[in-house]
Write a protein that binds this ligand. Structure first.
Ligand SMILES: Cc1ncc(COP(=O)(O)O)c(C=O)c1O
Length: 375
């Protein structure tokens, strides 16, 4: 299979890295960091971007700035990467796990609403694999119940809901630029927001409690140093130039692959609501249907054929050893999350950057893998 490698770099990355190497500033005060913050935030339809050294600390920063603390509860989906929940635990609050919708894999707004208690302070919506969670419903719930809505947009660089981009709906959006993401620099993260005060405080907290215009050695808040380096920003500026074309190519290939397999009821691809006007396709998830189908055999067949496939998470987030300790979280009924871990899978976005012939070949292998999965 002729599947491209990831991440990808070329002359542009080398050129910008050279600029940093030749400069006296390799750290977070190089103008590249500011430039990337501005351009990425604007791309996500936000006025402010505050970078951080990864997407885990940017989430932790968001919760810290909102004053979320021990005794508070934060609603999170049961299906996500662990950082969505650990960010809540790390500020001392209780993650409350709620179910996802069965085919979008995103938080079910009704389940989120049903889990609210007097202790609830925020809802974290994850845009799983790229397509955005139901932002209209979540915004309404958050506004009616006076809760903060945080977008964990680690998977959603470029994704849109009714023409508006991820990270611009909640009080803030948290992005990851980790190695495998669609906009990578090895490790990196960013908070985006349209709230000027929140942005000012985020910037200060990521910079040792400094305040713009004040002395460098005057620190106003107990905080830390979360800054991105100039090397990361250089790579991100170059990668960002590639992103729009890559989104177009991934979208065209996802459409092609699904069309080639549309006669196969055994695969239910991720449901993407009509309101998702752009999907950045970090993942192409699906569920294998049929009583005799083995997701693990399907996965092994795809891996043997050279197709980058992951057999979903092994358990909902609350199944992690970390959350077995009594009092470490609250779990509401999650039948969809429990079902997905048994029959879902995802294909990597890298497959969607392949040429058409490779996509056609992949479709044949997927067809064969479905047959091989029947016991
Ligand atoms: C949904 C989600 N949130 C947060 C993160 C954390 O990002 P990072 O790896 O940059 O710390 C990830 C990383 O994979 C993620 O998938």
């Amino acid at each position: 299979m002729n599947i491209p490698s990831w991440p990808q770099a070329g002359e542009r990355e080398a050129e910008l890295l050279r600029v940093v190497l030749d400069s006296p500033q390799w750290g977070g005060f190089h103008p590249f960091v500011d430039e990337f913050e501005r351009s990425f935030a604007a791309y996500q339809h936000c006025r402010y971007g505050i970078s951080a050294f990864n997407g885990t600390v940017s989430l932790e920063l968001a919760l810290t700035l909102l004053g979320i603390k021990p005794g508070d509860e934060v609603i999170v989906p049961a299906i996500s990467f662990v950082a969505t929940a650990t960010a809540v635990s790390r500020v001392g609050a209780l993650p409350v796990f709620v179910d996802i919708e069965p085919y979008s894999f995103n938080i079910d707004p009704e389940c989120a609403a049903g889990a609210i208690t007097p202790h609830t302070r925020a809802i974290v919506a994850v845009h799983f694999g790229g397509p955005m969670a139901r932002m209209d419903a979540l915004q309404t719930i958050a506004a009616d119940r006076n809760l903060s809505l945080i977008e964990d947009a680690a998977h959603a660089q470029g994704s849109e809901w009714n023409g508006r981009r991820a990270g611009s709906f909640g009080i803030c959006g948290s992005f990851s630029f980790q190695n495998g993401k669609v906009l990578p620099c090895g490790e990196g993260g960013m908070l985006t927001t349209n709230d000027e005060k929140f942005a000012e405080r985020a910037h200060s907290f990521a910079n040792q409690g400094r305040v713009k215009g004040e002395s460098f050695f005057k620190h106003f808040y107990l905080s830390s140093n979360l800054r991105l380096t100039a090397f990361q920003a250089a790579v991100l500026i170059a990668q960002f130039e590639r992103l729009p074309d890559q989104i177009r190519q991934r979208t065209a290939n996802a459409v092609r692959l699904k069309e080639l397999l549309e006669d196969m009821p055994e695969i239910a691809w991720q449901q993407v609501p009509a309101e998702v006007t752009q999907n950045s396709y970090y993942l192409l998830p699906g569920r294998l249907r049929g009583e005799r189908a083995s997701r693990d055999d399907f996965h092994h067949a795809l891996i043997s054929a050279g197709i980058p496939c992951t057999p979903f998470y092994p358990f909902p987030l609350y199944g992690n050893p970390l959350y077995q300790e009594a009092g470490s979280c609250r779990v509401t009924p999650c039948p969809n999350a429990e079902a997905c871990v048994l029959d879902a899978f995802w294909l990597s976005h890298v497959l969607l950057l392949a040429d058409e012939q490779t996509i056609d070949e992949a479709a044949q292998h997927i067809r064969q893998a479905v047959r091989d999965s029947k016991r």
